[in-house]
Design a protein around this ligand. Structure first.
Ligand code: MG
Length: 380
């Protein structure tokens, strides 16, 4: 370290709790690199993710609603920033490592294919013979193999903790270990659902797919509306919608902190490794869990299964299936990089990876070109 600035570890020692993941305790990178003069390892990870091409493509990937449905709603990119913002707020109160939290949050959806969960379902079916498709797993493929940044090796060479955090996400549905994920990883996971519960409501109401009155039957929303009425009585419908989003985020974050702060602060004195081994997990009380489940079920039935979305889902699904099926049969039409990749991971996976990296619009363009043009499709 030269003397431009104090070592990042000295800042962390002042600001972070003992149980946070301190960057001086990192297990490092697969390919060792010298320390940066003033950025800690997780700051560098965050910057590598922010500057990688897969991250920029999140702007062209739908979250729930497609680009041609309007200009108001979230994309996968703006969802990602909302998750990062909520996660940092929680992380700061819990005195966790915000750089690590931000790196994990910016990376968490980087592996999403075009056309959201529909895209994922279709690709999973197309790739069944080759092990299926998971966006969480694909995020790891992107940062470890597909991004090209260094000439000695492929991938972004991220810190072990960032890769392990994403691996925890990919294995989320497997039986839980006694060892808990890093608290920073758990915070990002919690912030993800807090963000989409709130913003999907905002987007759906703005698009006219459901009304605030219909939503008020859900207990958590009703509670938020009552609290708004006390603080800001008589809001116009246009003002009520953003107020509701704010209140829902605030309610969830405040509840989460009230429930977890005493337990987490009580772990002061222990290291990050110790609290992981003890299985320290962030959670919420059962009543709140039930209310969130009720909200999520309502959103599932009324938004994600809305007729307009099912229509889009159907036609996008067909295009993805045609793209995958045709390219597996005609691998010569793949861009060179993916023709080469087919040699190492097989054509079914290589074609799936090529499609998964696309934005919604690029996917439509390549689909059109596949059936109207000649020669290989474009790389992204
Ligand atoms: Mg997400």
């Amino acid at each position: 370290m030269n003397d431009i600035a104090p070592h990042p570890a000295s800042r962390e020692n002042v600001l972070l709790a003992s149980y946070a993941m301190h960057s001086e305790d990192t297990a490092g990178r697969k390919h060792p690199e010298p320390e940066h003069a003033y950025r800690g390892p997780f700051q560098r990870d965050r910057d590598r993710i922010l500057h990688c091409s897969a991250f920029r493509r999140l702007a062209g990937k739908m979250q729930v609603f497609t680009g041609d449905m309007g200009d108001y709603h979230r994309t996968r990119l703006t969802h990602t920033f909302e998750v990062a913002s909520i996660a940092r707020t929680i992380g700061r109160v819990l005195r966790l490592n915000e750089d690590l939290i931000e790196a994990l949050a910016l990376m968490h959806d980087i592996g999403h294919p075009p056309y959201g969960h529909c895209g994922e379902d279709v690709l999973h079916d197309c790739m069944r013979q080759a092990g299926g498709f998971s966006h969480n797993q694909f995020a790891l493929t992107i940062v470890e193999d597909l991004e090209q940044r260094f000439n000695r090796f492929s991938g972004l060479n991220l810190s072990a903790e960032v890769l392990a955090g994403q691996t925890e996400r990919a294995n989320k549905h497997q039986p839980a270990n006694v060892t808990a994920p890093l608290l920073e990883v758990q915070v990002v996971d919690a912030a993800d659902s807090m963000a989409y519960d709130a913003h999907d409501i905002d987007d759906a109401v703005q698009l006219g797919l459901l009304t605030i009155e219909e939503l008020s039957k859900v207990r958590l929303v009703d509670r938020a509306l009552q609290s708004i009425e006390v603080k800001f009585p008589n809001l116009s419908p246009k003002q009520l919608r953003p107020a509701l989003v704010h209140e829902l985020v605030d309610l969830q974050v405040s509840h989460f902190l009230e429930h977890n702060v005493p337990r987490i602060y009580a772990a002061e004195g222990k290291t990050s490794a110790e609290v992981r081994e003890e299985g320290l997990r962030l959670d919420e009380d059962q009543q709140f869990t039930q209310e969130r489940r009720e909200l999520e079920k309502f959103l599932f039935d009324n938004i994600y299964r809305h007729a307009r979305l099912l229509e889009i889902r159907h036609s996008a699904g067909q295009r993805l299936e045609q793209l995958h099926g045709t390219l597996v049969k005609q691998p010569e039409r793949l861009p060179l990089r993916f023709r080469q990749r087919a040699g190492s991971v097989g054509p079914i996976r290589a074609v799936g990876e090529y499609i998964a990296g696309m934005t919604d619009r690029f996917c439509d363009m390549q689909h059109e070109y596949l059936f109207s043009g000649v020669g290989p499709l474009a790389d992204w």
